[in-house]
Design a protein around this ligand. Structure first.
Ligand code: SAM
Length: 294
């Protein structure tokens, strides 16, 4: 009898998504969280942390491309990029497709997630770890960003918060003090994007996130994409910046920047999808509007 592995993230909503594991590739309780990697006959390799799906081989490209190319091409001159979390290095692999990026730092709390990704997600880790622009820091993202902002003059053009959900070690990455530290660590006109849950099931997470963005930045909202294994339809990616023009750039401008960036291959992101991602369905636009604190 093959083992059923369930996503327990929405137990409080009274449902679970279960997957029949063809093979368990790796399972352990790390210092920070429960980690299981298994083979699924349709989704391929699936990583779950504390009962929440993190990445699957089948649909990783959607989230990784949208969390990366949207902020970097909207910014237009991103040289210094920070990833908070990002364990499996799927986001880092996309960031390094941008030749304009001169330095990429990833701060990840759990070394074992990166260690095991070297063996099980070489498609991400191999190009990333071989790239001289990349440096990995094992630390709590809250502590690291606060340290950078307070003790160094290093500043980032783009900060990508590829975190777990607001539980366990990931909880602090949804706090006002973390977003405030990110704002201090951003260069003028810089942009921060965050993993902000699926609004249909996690509307409170989105509302409180956008409210916090708006107390700190001139522009706070989200953009969306549908990621099949992030159950719930649209996934919201938080958007925070003082440059209110960045998310209103026309398709032609984004297309020209993509061309200048060498038109690297993508499977989801296009200039049109980029611009359309900020057009929010009414129920999500209402959640964002209600977050209006200013
Ligand atoms: N894309 C996934 C999602 O949307 O659920 C997240 C992928 S990535 C695997 C999430 C990473 O965030 C994990 O490797 C986890 O260890 C890391 N993480 C959680 N809390 C953290 C913290 N406080 N500081 C740095 N990294 C953290």
């Amino acid at each position: 009898m093959k083992r059923q592995i369930s996503e327990t993230l929405f137990d409080d909503l009274g449902f679970r998504m279960s997957y029949e594991a063809a093979r368990i590739l790796y399972e352990t309780q790390t210092e920070h969280q429960h980690l299981v990697l298994f083979e699924h006959r349709f989704f391929g390799k699936m990583l779950m942390l504390d009962g929440a799906t993190q990445v699957t081989s089948r649909d990783e490209f959607i989230y990784h491309e949208m969390m990366t190319h949207v902020p970097i091409l909207a910014h237009g001159r991103a040289k210094e990029v920070l990833i908070v979390g990002g364990g499996d290095c799927g986001i880092a692999e996309e960031v390094l497709k941008h030749k304009s990026v001169e330095r990429l730092t990833q701060v990840e709390i759990d070394a074992s997630v990166v260690e095991f990704s070297k063996e099980h997600f070489p498609e991400f880790t191999r190009p990333v770890l071989a790239d001289k622009r990349f440096d990995l820091v094992i630390d709590d993202g809250m502590k690291y960003v606060a340290k950078i902002a307070a003790k160094t003059d290093r500043r980032f053009d783009v900060i990508i918060v590829d975190s777990t959900d607001p539980q366990g070690p990931g909880k602090v990455l949804f706090s006002s003090k973390f977003y405030a530290a990110c704002r201090r660590a951003l260069r003028k006109g810089g942009v921060m994007v965050t993993q902000n849950g699926v609004p249909l099931f996690q509307s409170q997470e989105l509302r409180s996130g956008v409210r916090k963005f708006r107390t700190l930045f001139a522009d706070g909202t989200c953009y969306i994409a549908a990621i099949p294994t992030y159950i719930g339809g649209h996934m919201a990616m938080g958007w925070a910046t003082d440059n209110t023009r960045l998310r209103r750039l026309p398709v032609a401008t984004i297309a020209a920047r993509y061309k200048a960036a060498g038109r690297f291959p993508t499977k989801y992101w296009t200039p049109e999808v980029h611009v359309a991602a900020f057009a929010l369905p009414r129920f999500i636009a209402d959640v964002v509007a209600k977050a209006q604190s200013r």
